[in-house]
Design a protein around this ligand. Structure first.
Ligand code: PEP
Ligand code: MN
Length: 339
């Protein structure tokens, strides 16, 4: 349920409600809005009569939360969440659309530094690159791991870009946190609940990709795991889903962006690289994503896609990225946003 305080409720009055919520065996999540405070009370299913809380001073009303995901829902918070990422604290989820680009995997120093430089010059806000790669085949390149993380840290130092990189296991969360600005949870791990809880305890924002065949409810419940574990800074990433189609690696359902903006206050990014699997389709789907209202994009970009160690076919070149950016800017402006 949500306890809505009257405007002007004091800190002590809010605290009194929090104390009651705890007494009822629920967990409180206060949300301090511009004109009023609401306290989401979540957890336990015992049938104590909680409506008495309505009598507490300065409580306006109690509203049930109908969505299965509570904290992620617009029922609890209508204002869009803005999540500050990277050294420049770019506010993902605000008016500005942010583009993140970089290779699928960090391969070597020269590759990541050259790409980072190009990505910065194109006007992106973040650098992507996997150091730990969850590969379908055990014989494929698995990533440079810690060495890759150190290269990403150095790339951030050189460019000021926010580093987005994947974490694949509970044991490496701490290590990845030392080097990353945003912890990526890959599609294959969207329902790895122990990992979701582990990044929920971390202090860095999380980019949660949609599972290969997950429905929106399942995806939002995965986000709920992270928020419930203590980390409200979750960014969703639509990366396409498995369908019967063969002309694409995945089908990219952009209606999800609009639907998510109704259901959740969390920022939504789109990954048209994994969402199509083919570099020639990426620019068009980047433009379509911005038009659909995406808060940002995450795009695979490689200086030499033909020799990439992973996902070369879906990686655009720095030149293509450079060419793409002005058209994205125009689309953003056309829908009242900025880039
Ligand atoms: C990636 O970002 O390189 C990746 C493995 O993505 P996904 O988890 O969406 O497949
Ligand atoms: Mn990839």
């Amino acid at each position: 349920m949500i306890v809505v305080m009257k405007p002007g409720a004091s800190k002590e009055q809010v605290q009194h409600v929090i104390d009651l919520v705890r007494e009822y065996g629920l967990k409180e999540h206060p949300i301090y809005g511009t004109d009023r405070t609401v306290i989401a009370a979540i957890g336990d299913k015992r049938s104590v009569d909680k409506s008495a809380i309505e009598n507490a001073p300065m409580v306006e009303k109690i509203v049930p939360i109908l969505a299965p995901y509570k904290m992620a829902s617009t029922e609890v918070k209508q204002e869009r969440s803005r999540i500050a990422v990277g050294p420049e604290k770019f506010p993902l989820g605000g008016r500005k659309v942010g583009v993140v680009a970089g290779p699928c995997a960090v391969e070597n120093a020269d590759q990541i530094f050259r790409t980072a430089e190009a990505v910065r010059q194109a006007g992106c806000i973040g650098l992507r690159g996997g150091a730990y790669k969850p590969r379908t085949s055990p014989y494929s390149f698995q990533g440079l791991r810690e060495e890759g993380l150190k290269l990403l840290s150095e790339a951030r130092k050189r460019t000021g870009l926010a580093v987005f990189t994947e974490v694949v296991s509970v044991e490496t969360v701490e290590q990845v946190c030392e080097h990353a600005d945003v912890l990526q949870i890959g599609a294959r791990n969207m329902q790895h609940y122990a990992l979701l809880e582990a990044v929920g305890e971390a202090k860095k924002p999380v980019l949660l990709k949609r599972g290969l065949s997950s429905q929106l409810d399942e995806w939002l419940l995965a986000a709920e795991y992270i928020i419930n574990a203590g980390n409200p800074n979750v960014i969703l990433c639509e990366r396409g889903i498995r369908t019967y189609e063969e002309y694409v690696r995945n089908t990219l359902p952009l209606a999800a962006v609009a639907e998510l903006h109704e259901r959740t206050h969390l920022p939504v990014l789109v990954d048209p690289s994994h969402g199509t699997g083919h570099a020639h389709l990426v620019p068009a789907m980047c433009r379509a994503s911005v038009a659909a209202g995406a808060d940002g994009l995450i795009v695979e970009c490689h200086c030499d896609p033909e020799h990439a160690l992973s996902d070369g076919a879906q990686s655009i070149t720095p030149a293509a990225l450079m060419q793409l950016m002005p058209s994205l800017r125009k689309i953003a402006q056309a829908i009242g946003r900025e880039m």
